[in-house]
Design a binder for this molecule. Structure first.
Ligand code: ATP
Ligand code: MG
Length: 216
């Protein structure tokens, strides 16, 4: 049995064509079913639905053999637990967005950086944010949040946020402006290193099929 860990929503949706290329169809709709383990047309393949941030944990510890996770999630996971046991053979070029710094339109970010003032930054992505500001030599106080980062500058909790941006419409709706792009983000295939040895052939076949179907 091969167990594939996916998160509901965009990663699940954007992984379906890659699975199709491997001859795998998920036979139940996660938006309609309450099941957390979804069967497929192949008796030897099943999908487990987990939170996006839990995908690396499931795969690293063998709760799943393979998984799909965003680069953001993988960097944060490695920052907390290291990346032992996780093999990352493919960038799938799906669930694309970017990690950016955003501030209130009336906050002069460039001036704050130039003056060397401490900047209060709210984010869910503390590893990426810490590294980014350390590279720039900017002193920051990081405030860890688990969601709705946009609210932080609007309430005075923080001067800036580090968050994922795709179209920018959420920032715009909250009168925030993107002042820096930290990195481009896409989702990667992650494989449990022990599973790669024990289930070598089926996993290699899956990696090859996924590779052939990566969107340009
Ligand atoms: P949860 O919603 O369970 O708190 P999450 O917000 O991390 O977790 P998703 O919103 O499904 O989960 O995002 C999953 C992954 O998709 C992210 O880790 C990121 O790599 C990517 N992603 C997030 N937001 C966007 C976006 N606006 N556009 C494209 N890809 C995105
Ligand atoms: Mg989300």
């Amino acid at each position: 049995m091969i167990t594939l860990a996916l998160s509901k929503g965009r990663i699940f949706e954007e992984t379906l064509p890659l699975l199709a290329a491997a001859g795998i169809q998920v036979t139940e709709d996660p938006e309609k079913s309450r099941k957390l383990i979804l069967p497929t047309n192949r008796e030897d393949v099943r999908v487990v639905l987990v939170r996006a941030t839990d995908v690396p944990t499931y795969v690293a510890h063998g709760g799943a053999d393979i998984g799909v996770a965003g680069k953001d999630v993988l960097i944060e996971h490695a920052g907390e637990e290291g990346d032992a046991g996780l093999y990352q053979p493919l960038d799938l070029n799906i669930a694309k967005c970017r990690m950016s710094v955003a501030v209130r339109a009336d906050f002069d970010y460039e001036a704050a950086v130039k003056q060397g003032s401490r900047i209060r930054v709210a984010t869910k992505y503390t590893t990426i944010a810490r590294q980014h500001f350390a590279d720039k030599g900017v002193h920051v106080d990081l405030i860890k949040l688990y969601g709705s980062m946009e609210l932080a500058p609007l309430t005075g909790l923080a001067d800036a946020i580090v968050d994922l941006v795709s179209t920018g419409s959420t920032l715009k709706a909250n009168k925030l402006v993107e002042v820096e792009q930290i990195m481009q983000i896409s989702s990667r295939l992650v494989v449990n290193q022990a599973a790669l040895k024990l289930k070598r052939e089926p996993i290699r076949a899956l990696i090859q099929a996924f590779e052939s179907a990566i969107p340009k």
